[in-house]
Write a protein that binds this ligand. Structure first.
Ligand SMILES: CSCC[C@H](NC=O)C(=O)N[C@@H](Cc1ccccc1)C(=O)O
Length: 708
């Protein structure tokens, strides 16, 4: 981080300017063009944009397949189909037409097929659950290759291209396909809807975990159609928290599968995972690494099969410890390699083609890059500099990245791997959304560093309205991120879209307050056991800085946040002098840490707050917005979804009821069919309408005709 005077501003770091220039010269031009004809982004245009998902490459690296989701606002639904992109040049080609949601495409190692997961009405039968399909890349009919009662959750090809390993949730007390089928029929015949459990972990984000079923690893033989449950008759299972392909990996010779698992008999979200390896033929399991102090996840075999890279977090030291790259050899020796690199590494890992480096995604000061971590020199090197790198794929020397920025949604580019990162060359291989972006003027964004709490440098991103005129006064809006251990940066958000907000005339401010990820472990951990305190000082320091700007309208200052960001605006309501902010929007906000024990991640709170409510109720209350209700005075729009199990809607309702009971101007927007996020087009349109309408109502200069 730079050492700072009180505040320093720059359009972006020199490095990121380089990256975004190369990634998106057209987008930079668009941002600065600001012709009087062009307008900013509106909600309907946002929903009309194509949403590109993670790419998978053909074995020769010549083509990528991506899922693309398109929404229809009037029909209030989306459809996902697969598209082929040439990495050599040429127009994108749509591969699937028929499916509703053709997802997770993976190119076979032989190059002959693309496997994907879908729930289709095809060949005279309709899938009850998502199944695996294969389609040849040169077109033709997709063919269903599984017909499993409980469907397929995620999968990986075996290197021989003849088998597929996949995850399916099965009843561990039953053996054989017929027994699982019978269980499925029993579930279908059950008339009662009550959910009965003695589990500690029984719901996750927005869904109840299947009663009495757990995620097992299976193998499908494509020639015979035979499916084997590799965990049948054992206590092994994969993580119950949305298990995906990061939880296992297949050895290059196809004989073994490494997987991470929770060794404790009773599962909770925060348990530390161990690593094991199963011999595919015999089904014999060998535990590779198990240590109560460590969480081991995301195994990945080297190409030669001699090393297993994985993520290791030293939870015994502190629960906030980052995930580091670690390697295990065939003699059982393991070591953490990236210990001196103060970055939290994300899954998946992938060995580089020389087996001397591991590719990974990791955040860095509000951005997210693709890195190569060199296992000999123990140094990290940026391969692709974000903006925001969302996913990557590497085959036959071709490296592609799915990346986005504040000024463009996710797109796919080839990263030419020559020279230093400074000379990074990107070649875009899709054209999705270009026509739409060409018609728009994007708001300019920049990064500002402030002196925040404890005198520490704190990063803030500003997104200006499209036709920003610094001689005029503008309303300000804080958009406060959730987590708390996440970060805002140079990235695209489909739900809290900065461009849509800036296009309404606000200067949007996103502060990466103490506790945010991507600024090193000490910064992330600085708020532990003292939630609210430093974060508020940072946001207030940012407001102070904003109010000194000649273009800032001091009487038109707002703050909005979701989840932990919602916690922050509720906290502000109890701690900031009345009148400093004209209105708040609290989306899915955490309001009362004692009542939050009703959520799906209740084991985690005490580690962050420093106590459970039965041990030290005063300590918990001192970090809880509800405890400061007597000071609330600022008008607030409260938004919540009934299907939110992370921050149960009782949190939002308690906040709203308190505001009403105290006679404070408040409005409630409650969605019976949404979760922590507003995912349906029409509901999103309503969300934005209410959001802007509420702010306008408390904005002395807003055009009343527009917002009622
Ligand atoms: C294992 S719990 C993970 C909590 C997660 N925070 C990540 O940094 C999260 O879901 N945060 C919510 C807010 C929240 C905070 C604490 C407890 C429940 C919810 C969010 O901001 O999205």
């Amino acid at each position: 981080m730079p050492s700072l005077p009180r505040a320093s501003t720059r359009l972006s770091t020199p490095a990121s300017t380089r990256a975004s220039t190369r990634a998106s010269r057209g987008d930079e031009d668009r941002a600065s063009k600001a012709t009087s004809k062009a307008t900013g982004l509106d909600v309907d245009t946002l929903w009309a944009m194509d949403r590109v998902g993670p790419p998978s490459l053909s074995p020769d690296g010549a083509q990528a397949v991506v899922p693309v989701t398109r929404y229809d606002m009037e029909q209030n639904r989306g459809q996902t189909s697969l598209w082929l992109l040439s990495t050599l040049g040429g127009e994108p080609r749509r591969l699937t037409q028929a499916g509703d949601k053709d997802g997770q495409p993976q190119w076979s190692p032989t190059g002959n097929d693309i496997a994907f997961i879908a729930r289709r009405d095809q060949g005279g039968s309709k899938d009850d659950a998502a199944q695996l399909y294969l389609i040849p890349p040169d077109g033709g009919e997709a063919r269903r290759v599984t017909d499993l009662p409980f469907g397929v959750e995620a999968f990986k090809w075996f290197p021989d291209g003849r088998r597929i390993a996949f995850i399916s949730w099965v009843d561990p007390t039953r053996k054989g396909a017929a027994a699982q089928q019978a269980r499925h029929q029993e579930d279908k015949d059950r008339k009662a809807t009550g959910y009965v459990t003695e589990e500690s972990l029984y719901r996750f984000w927005d869904h109840s975990l299947p009663m009495g079923r757990v995620p097992h690893l299976h193998v499908l033989d494509l020639e015979t159609g035979r499916v084997r449950d590799l965990f049948e008759g054992t206590d092994y299972e994969l993580s119950r928290a949305e298990p995906d392909t990061d939880t296992f990996d297949i050895s290059p010779d196809g004989r073994r599968i490494a997987f991470s698992f929770d060794p404790a008999p009773t599962k909770i979200l925060d348990h530390r995972h161990a690593l094991a390896e199963i011999d595919v033929r015999s089904g014999r399991v060998q535990v590779l690494l198990q240590d109560g102090d460590w969480d081991f996840t995301a195994p990945c075999y080297s190409h030669a099969g001699h090393h297993l890279a994985f993520l290791a977090s030293h939870q015994g030291h502190k629960h906030t410890m980052p995930h580091h790259i670690a390697v295990l050899d065939t003699h059982g020796n393991w070591a953490v390699l990236s210990e001196d690199w103060d970055h939290d590494v994300s899954a998946p890992l992938r060995w580089d083609e020389d087996d001397l480096g591991v590719l990974c995604l990791a955040e860095d000061r509000g951005r997210r890059h693709l890195w190569r971590f060199d296992v000999k020199t123990l140094t990290a090197f940026v391969l692709f500099e974000g903006g925001h790198a969302g996913a990557f794929a590497l085959e036959a020397g071709t490296l592609v990245v799915l990346h986005d920025s504040v000024v463009f949604p996710p797109r796919v580019s080839v990263v030419e791997r020559e020279g230093e990162a400074d000379e990074q060359q990107l070649r875009r291989i899709d054209t999705f959304n270009d026509d739409t972006l060409d018609r728009l003027t994007a708001g300019r964004h920049e990064e500002v560093w402030l002196e925040g709490a404890q005198g520490d440098p704190v990063q803030m991103w500003l997104i200006y309205p499209p036709h920003f005129d610094k001689r005029k006064k503008h309303p300000l809006m804080h958009v406060i991120h959730g987590g708390p251990h996440t970060a805002f940066g140079d990235s695209w958000h489909w739900r809290w879209n900065h461009q849509v907000m800036a296009a309404q005339g606000y200067v949007v401010a996103c502060v990466n307050y103490h506790g945010s990820s991507s600024f090193g472990h000490a910064f992330l951990d600085s708020i532990t056991h003292r939630w609210g305190e430093l974060e508020l000082q940072d946001i207030e320091a940012a407001t102070d800085w904003l109010l000194t700007q000649p273009w800032a309208d001091r009487k038109r200052v707002f703050a909005a946040g979701g989840s932990y960001g919602g916690y922050m605006v509720a906290w502000m309501n109890g701690h900031v002098a009345p009148g400093r902010y004209q209105a708040y929007v609290c989306h899915a906000g955490c309001y009362d840490w004692q009542a939050m024990v009703a959520n799906d991640a209740y084991h985690w709170h005490a580690k962050e707050l420093g106590a459970t409510y039965w041990e030290d109720p005063a300590r918990v209350a001192s970090q809880s917005p509800h405890h400061f209700a007597q000071h609330f005075s600022t008008p607030t729009l409260v938004i919540h979804g009934r299907m939110d199990y992370r921050v149960p809607d009782a949190q939002g309702l308690a906040y709203y009821n308190t505001l009403k009971a105290r006679g404070i101007d408040a409005r409630l927007l409650w969605f019976p069919d949404e979760n922590h996020w507003i995912l349906k087009p029409q509901n999103s349109r309503l969300w934005y309408e209410e959001f802007f309408g509420w702010l306008a109502r408390h904005d002395r200069k807003a055009k009343k005709s527009r917002h009622g």
